[in-house]
Design a protein around this ligand. Sequence first.
Ligand code: MN
Length: 228
Amino acid sequence: MTYVFPIWQQPAVPVAGAEARFPVRRIFCVGRNYAAHAREMGSDPDREPPFFFTKPADTIVADGSAVPYPPATSNFHHEIELVVAIGRGGANIDAGSALDHVFGYAAGIDLTRRDLQNAAKAVGQPWDMSKGFDHSAPIGTIKPVASFGHPGRAGIRLSVNGVERQKGNLADLIWSVPETIATLSQLVTLAAGDLIYTGTPEGVGPLTRGDRVTGEIEGVGTVAISIV
Ligand code: MN
């Protein structure tokens, strides 16, 4: 096979304890999956089931990178999230066996142009340009289940310039990881290489140039970026 121009570089994420990297296929994200965050966004978490949106695979940002402040926004937000890395695909996956499809977990940041998102919400337009813009999906090293297991009641937090902004616990996810995989796999056939950003706890807020952003999930790992 030849191509009319050089084929793109497949985005891939480092894996703890391994030389081989995790090749990214698609990026799915869960909206409003922590009750307190749903409330701070003006929604009632009891009235609406969580839902999904996507980012292109090439929005992946390596841990430790400098992220350029994006165009077309003056309200650029951080959202720390547990990321599930799918190692085995499938459709209509049973929640009871969903964890068998997980390769590993990482800490990630769902970067968001909040002003564009709010404008889109107000008129019922899609979120693509508020969520799926360039450099919008930082992710830390993936810890494989085979070596590190599944996270339980783990703290999740994010700091900006050393000041804590977000703090939550994975136990507070409205939809658990197995339920999220089961539901998403009823909508699309999941494949090895898919990532699922599982939603953010409360405390989202704006970033500015020069900010140093650090996220951590206990037992899963860290993710760090700077805004330039
Ligand atoms: Mn999010």
